[in-house]
Design a protein around this ligand. Structure first.
Ligand code: ZN
Length: 365
């Protein structure tokens, strides 16, 4: 008997089941004289299967799954046979509706690789769903980050940008049409998010941030912030202001521009913050050759102004934030800056070490 377990099914095998791994993705589950072969693309399958579950009679398990639209007749037959062997149990209620579980099956699947006996994929995803991310800068870069955050299930996004849509931007920005010229970028993007997904509450703040006090005042309107992304990169001081706020209020901070994604600063982990570049600049060890070469490459290529490449930046930035918010998974932008590309790979462009003389996170702060 073989059953493929979709990621979003709130089910798992009984803890007393004996597991016999057949490969990275196939496990035979044996209880008494019943054997269930479980297949998954998830290589962390044994950990998933070992989770402790709330006991529930098979009939209510089947009924609940049927009521939530998870079961067709053929699957129900297989489950009934498995259940008679006492192999299947329903996971504790994850708190998500059936539609939400279906719509985010891939995202939940990605998190299921990090599931342990202590925390389920649903609890990990709940951290993402309840998170509030502030995105400062709603140009093409910011819009790509926002789109990927919303697609990943982030529950609350605040979009900050003082600018209006100008002629010429409608050709380069997939979300801005000619009829939008003169409208607020932040408000237009919030409308798009509302059209894309019912799961993200996005709010627009049409405001500029020209000082550290201004940033503090803007953020003080939000009692809870889990992460801040900034794509407004013209003012280098902004990184110092944002890092000080991140440290004071304990949220993650990620810098994204047209050349690199990173560094990701998690104050509680003592990561390098964007301000750590300052002492190095002052000591005159700036690698001008590299910086200029990267800038020229970015400006010379019109492809890099268009969405496919920047979409890769948005996807990487969102993935870093999702891993950070969920507290699991690999982080590629801690202590370094990376350049993503549309193939989904990315190169480390340069290490970004912490500096104890940093004006934002340094020892004298
Ligand atoms: Zn720093």
């Amino acid at each position: 008997m073989t059953i493929e377990v979709p990621y979003s099914w709130p089910v798992a095998l009984h803890p007393d089941v004996q597991l016999i791994p057949r490969s990275e993705n196939v496990v035979d589950a044996v209880r008494d004289d019943h054997v269930a072969r479980v297949l998954s693309v998830n290589s962390g399958l044994p950990a998933v299967l070992h989770r402790l579950m709330r006991e529930q009679p098979l009939s209510s398990f089947l009924e609940a799954n049927r009521a939530e639209g998870f079961l067709d007749a053929a699957s129900a037959d297989v489950l009934a046979q498995l259940g008679r062997g006492g192999a299947l149990r329903r996971l504790a209620q994850p708190g998500f509706g059936a539609g939400e579980l279906r719509d985010f099956e891939r995202e939940i699947g990605a998190l299921s690789r990090h599931e342990t006996a202590e925390i389920s994929r649903f609890q990990l995803f709940a951290r993402v769903r309840s998170a509030h991310v502030v995105v400062i800068g709603a140009g093409l870069n910011g819009a790509n980050v926002i789109q990927h955050l919303a697609a990943s299930g982030v529950g609350n996004i605040t979009v900050v940008d003082p600018a209006s849509i100008e002629r010429g931007q409608s050709g380069r920005h997939p979300w801005f049409g000619r009829g939008d010229v003169g409208r607020s970028k932040a408000e237009r993007i919030v409308e798009h998010i509302a059209a894309l997904t019912p799961y993200t509450r996005a709010r627009a703040v049409v405001s500029s941030v020209d000082s550290e006090a201004g940033l503090e005042a803007l953020l003080s309107d939000h009692p809870r912030i889990d992460a801040l992304v900034y794509t407004c990169d013209r003012n280098l001081d902004f990184g110092v202001w944002a890092a000080r706020q991140a440290r004071a209020r304990s949220f993650a901070l990620l810098r994204v521009n047209r050349i690199v994604v990173g560094p990701l600063y998690r104050p509680e982990h003592g990561d390098a913050c964007p301000g750590c570049i300052y002492p190095r600049l002052e000591r005159g060890i700036r690698d001008l050759t590299t910086v200029n070469a990267l800038g020229v490459t970015a400006r010379d290529s019109t492809a890099s102004l268009w969405s496919p490449e920047l979409s890769a930046f948005g996807a990487l930035a969102a993935q870093e934030l999702i891993h950070c918010l969920a507290g699991v998974g690999r982080l590629d932008t801690v202590g370094q800056q990376v350049g993503p590309n549309p193939r989904g790979a990315h190169d480390v462009i340069k290490p970004f070490p912490r500096d104890v003389a940093c004006p934002a996170c340094g020892d004298s702060c």
